[in-house]
Design a protein around this ligand. Structure first.
Ligand SMILES: Cc1cc2nc3c(=O)[nH]c(=O)nc-3n(C[C@H](O)[C@H](O)[C@H](O)COP(=O)(O)OP(=O)(O)OC[C@H]3O[C@@H](n4cnc5c(N)ncnc54)[C@H](O)[C@@H]3O)c2cc1C
Ligand code: SF4
Length: 460
């Protein structure tokens, strides 16, 4: 293992292994390694890009947005110089307008649906225009909203991720008093602890939440995990309704031999450290990432950008069956990662720390992964990253009475109101969809806020 302060000469190692990225040792190095892939536009760029929009009737980009932002309207507002109006159009539909412009998989959502794709012309850069407009109002602290008149009802939100915060904003607009209980010391959940640093900076994430908090004035109680039956009873007593925006838990370990060795880490835990303290992260010289989802792609990209010389992504099914978006795989490959498909991990090898991973070749038969006897092979490495999915927060959910879950442990909700089987509870985001995107969590939070209002209003 190497650390940022290792004793070998950095230039010597680089000449041997030709890593795509040097090991960052300063904040400046990090800026280079994690250079933003969707940097902010300036006013001239936004003017010209907005001029290309055809302002389509029944625009397909709007249909493709999970929050239904009126995209042609905000693009027109940018073009006519009404940037605050554009930001208002965006925030009316999505409280995470700024960071969604940066982290949304726009390639498969709004930009993927833009009519220009049918004409072999580059689609409108909707995400960057969205971030351009919202960044102006965030930077200026320009007030677009204020809380609704006090209605005398209190609501609790568990989890200050995108779902919880969006729910709080919506409820505050309707005059509810809102307390958010958050286990960690900072807001935004995986938008802060998960989203890749070359997509969005921590500053951008935190500034948007602060911008929302200053306008909507919800309270966030940090370092306040809700984890006991007593706490739940207390919440039920003090609040008219409770929103569960608790996301998912730590990496689900695959249960293979050697997975407890040093330098065998879960992808979400690895990425969290990269996000919070990147200079303290140790990456292996040779890294194996196990998994085929977007988190695997992010872990591979981040390891490569932190100076790993060889990054191998190994997925048990074929490339076509990977859950990751194609553009995420291309992004990982562009920084040096290589993909190995149809290979399943059997054991992580090593004495005390990782020295390799043993795999077996597979094929897919009737949708099932079948291993091919006698096809074992080993990939030497000094770090293994398990991107094998996140666990559900089942122990916490078991504490709540009559809370139904589906066969995969996700909280079951009414899709219209996001009310759970226990009528006092509503839920949304990753805990309900099993892990999607920030935009889905933001959309859920808003919808649940309205569902809660309906429920509380009917109690009166
Ligand atoms: C590595 C990674 C990269 C990602 N990259 C992208 C991306 O590029 N683009 C994108 O759109 N999406 C991305 N996502 C997904 C996105 O971050 C999530 O879909 C989104 O954050 C889910 O929001 P949420 O509010 O449901 O849950 P979370 O963001 O997980 O927030 C849940 C919050 O609840 C808190 N909490 C949990 N239990 C309790 C409790 N009992 N008491 C108090 N607090 C509690 C947690 O600490 C956390 O702050 C990524 C996810 C991962 C893992
Ligand atoms: S589909 Fe493309 S051109 Fe049409 S309104 Fe949306 S962004 Fe503009």
């Amino acid at each position: 293992m190497r650390t940022a302060n290792h004793s070998f000469s950095h230039s010597f190692l680089q000449s041997l292994f030709m890593a795509e990225y040097p090991i960052p040792t300063t904040e400046k190095d990090l800026e280079t390694s994690f250079e933003q892939i969707k940097p902010y536009m300036n006013a001239t760029m936004a003017y010209y890009e907005s001029a290309r929009c055809l302002f389509c009737y029944d625009a397909p980009c709007v249909q493709a947005c999970p929050t239904g932002i009126d995209i042609p309207l905000f693009i027109r507002q940018i073009h006519t110089g009404n940037v605050a109006g554009a930001a208002r159009t965006i925030y009316d539909a999505n409280y995470f307008g700024n960071i969604c412009g940066k982290v949304c998989p726009t390639e498969v959502l709004c930009e993927g649906a833009c009519v220009y794709n049918h004409q072999d012309v580059k689609p409108i850069e909707i995400g960057r225009l969205q971030s351009y407009a919202t960044a102006q109002v965030v930077e200026q602290g320009r007030k677009l909203y204020e809380p609704g008149p006090v209605n005398g009802h209190k609501v609790a939100v568990v989890g200050a991720g995108p779902a919880g915060i969006a729910c709080a904003c919506e409820l505050r607009r309707m005059g509810y008093e809102v307390d958010i209980f958050e286990a960690k010391s900072q807001p935004s959940g995986l938008a802060l602890y998960g989203c890749a640093p070359y997509k969005v900076t921590n500053e951008d994430v935190l500034e948007e939440v602060e911008y929302l908090r200053a306008q909507f004035q919800f309270r966030i109680h940090y370092g306040h995990p809700v984890e006991s039956r007593e706490q739940i009873t207390e919440l039920e007593k003090n609040y008219a309704a409770i929103f569960l925006g608790i996301g998912l838990g730590p990496t689900r370990r695959p249960g293979i031999e050697g997975e407890g060795l040093a330098h065998c880490v879960g992808a979400t835990e690895f990425i969290e450290q990269v996000k919070l303290d990147p200079l303290s992260v140790t990456v292996g010289r040779r890294v194996v990432v196990i998994g085929g989802g977007n988190t695997a792609m992010d872990a591979a990209s981040e390891a490569a950008r932190l100076g790993a010389e060889e990054v191998t992504l190994v997925y048990r099914r074929s490339r076509e069956e990977m859950g990751a978006y194609e553009f995420e795989y291309e992004l990982a490959k562009s920084v040096g990662a290589r993909g190995v498909f149809n290979a399943m991990p059997l054991a992580v090898l090593g004495e005390e720390k990782v020295s390799g991973v043993r795999f077996i070749r597979t094929r897919t038969e009737g949708g099932k992964v079948v291993s091919i006897p006698g096809s074992e092979f080993e990939v030497p490495c000094d770090q293994a990253i398990l991107a094998t999915g996140q666990s559900k927060r089942s122990a916490f959910l078991d504490l709540i009475e009559s809370l139904e879950r589906d066969g995969q442990g996700r909280i079951a909700v009414n899709p219209e109101t996001l009310q759970t089987s226990n009528p006092k509870y509503f839920a949304g985001g990753d805990a309900v969809n099993g892990g999607a995107e920030v935009v889905n969590a933001a959309a859920d939070g808003k919808r649940a806020g309205r569902g809660m209002d309906q429920y509380i209003s009917n109690l009166k």
